[in-house]
Design a protein around this ligand. Structure first.
Ligand code: AVI
Length: 321
C-alpha cells in the first residue's frame, strides 16, 4: 500500500524513511543510525583495529598538543566550544595541555544528548577537575547562535572525528558556512578531516570481519523495525562498502539478498525489493588539501594551519574567516 500525499508523519525519521524507501535508487540517512544501540556500536567501531581514524587523530593531537595549545590561546582568554563532544577522550589531551600552559579558557561541549553531557562532565570532574566546564545541551547551530549573542571573548570551535565526512560536499559547505556565520575575525575553527590513502586501508576500516560495521549499518533497519513497526529481516540484507579513489568517497549500502516485500506498518507502506537491490545508507568522504581548500573557499573560510601524522593519514586544520 502506497501512502498518500496527505499523510502527516509522526517524526522526521518516519518522513525521511518514507521518502528514502520510495526513491529510486533507495536511500536512508546515516544520521538515524545513532540511537542508544547505534552509539554503542560506534564506540565499538572506534576500538576496532581496522578503524584507524580515531587513533590517528588521537596521535596527531598528542604529538602536536603544545603547538595546538599555542595556536588556540589568547591573552584575553577564550571559549573552547566543541560540537559533538562524545566521551571527550581526544579533547582531554588538549584540555590538559591548555591547563599546563596556563591558558585562560572555559570548555563548552555542545551535544544533543543530556546523557552524553552528563557522562562527560562527570569524567572531567574526576580526571581534570581544574577545567571550567559549561555543558550546552542542544543542536549545534541553535546553540552556537545562542553563544554568539552573548559573545564576549574569542571562540575556538572544535569538531573532531571527520564527522564532516558523513556530509555530501554541498552539505559540508553549508555546515562550514553556518559555523563561519557564528565566527568573528579573531575566532577559529579546528576540524578533523580523514585523508585519501591506500584504498585497501579505507575499505578495511568500513568492512571489518567482526561484523560490527555491518551491525552499525543495519541499525537503520533495526530502528525502522522498533520505531515504525517495520518487518525487516536483517539477515536478508548484506552490508556492502565501496571506495572510489578518484572522488575519495566511501559509500555504505545494504543489499537485499533476494526479491522480497517488507511492511512498515506505521507508515502504511510495503516496500518492494528486487533481488540484489541496494539501499544507500552512508558516505564517509576522504579528503586532500585541494578538496579542503575548495570547501573552505566556498564557505568563506581560510585554512591558516594544519597538523598531521607522518603518513598524512588524517589532518586537523585551523580555519579563520
Ligand atoms: C562518525 N563518522 C565519522 C564515521 C565515519 O567514519 O564515517 C561513522 C562510521 N561509519 C562506519 N564506520 C564509522
Amino acid at each position: 500500500m502506497k501512502n498518500t500525499t496527505e499523510t502527516t508523519f509522526e517524526s522526521a525519521f518516519a518522513e525521511d524513511t518514507f521518502k528514502g524507501l520510495n526513491a529510486f535508487p533507495k536511500f536512508l540517512y546515516s544520521r538515524y543510525i545513532y540511537d542508544k544501540k547505534g552509539d554503542e556500536l560506534f564506540q565499538q567501531i572506534m576500538e576496532m583495529p581496522e578503524y584507524y581514524l580515531t587513533r590517528s587523530e588521537f596521535n596527531i593531537l598528542k604529538e602536536n598538543s603544545e603547538a595546538i595549545s599555542e595556536a588556540f590561546s589568547s591573552s584575553d582568554g577564550f571559549d573552547l566550544i566543541e560540537l559533538g563532544a562524545g566521551d571527550g577522550k581526544k579533547t582531554k589531551i588538549l584540555l590538559k595541555q591548555l591547563l599546563k600552559d596556563k591558558a585562560k579558557f572555559a570548555y563548552l561541549p555542545i551535544d544533543i544528548s543530556h546523557n552524553v553531557l552528563e557522562g562527560l562532565e562527570e569524567s572531567l570532574t574526576k580526571e581534570i577537575p581544574a577545567v571550567e566546564v559549561k555543558v550546552q545541551q542542544g543542536t549545534y547551530f541553535a546553540t552556537l547562535e545562542k553563544l554568539t549573542e552573548y559573545k564576549s571573548r574569542k571562540k575556538v570551535i572544535v569538531v573532531l572525528g571527520s564527522n564532516i565526512g558523513n556530509l555530501h560536499h554541498e552539505e559540508a559547505i553549508e555546515f562550514l558556512e553556518n559555523i563561519g556565520h557564528a565566527m568573528s575575525e579573531e575566532d577559529m575553527l579546528f576540524m578533523g578531516f580523514d585523508q585519501k590513502k591506500n584504498p585497501e586501508k579505507i575499505l578495511n576500516a568500513y568492512n571489518d570481519p567482526s561484523g560490527i560495521t555491518e551491525a552499525f549499518n543495519k541499525n537503520l533497519l533495526n530502528r525502522i523495525n522498533t520505531e515504525l513497526d517495520g518487518e525487516f529481516d536483517l539477515d536478508a540484507f548484506m552490508h556492502w562498502e565501496t571506495y572510489n579513489p578518484e572522488t575519495g568517497t566511501a559509500k555504505s549500502f545494504l543489499v537485499s539478498k533476494k526479491a522480497q516485500k517488507v511492511n512498515i506498518n506505521k507508515l502504511g507502506l510495503q516496500v518492494n525489493f528486487d533481488a540484489w537491490e541496494s539501499i544507500h545508507t552512508e558516505i564517509s568522504q576522504k579528503y586532500d588539501d585541494a578538496i579542503v581548500s575548495w570547501l573552505a573557499d566556498e564557505a568563506g573560510l581560510e585554512i591558516t594551519d594544519q597538523f598531521t601524522d607522518e603518513e598524512n593519514t588524517f589532518k586537523n586544520y585551523i580555519f579563520k574567516r
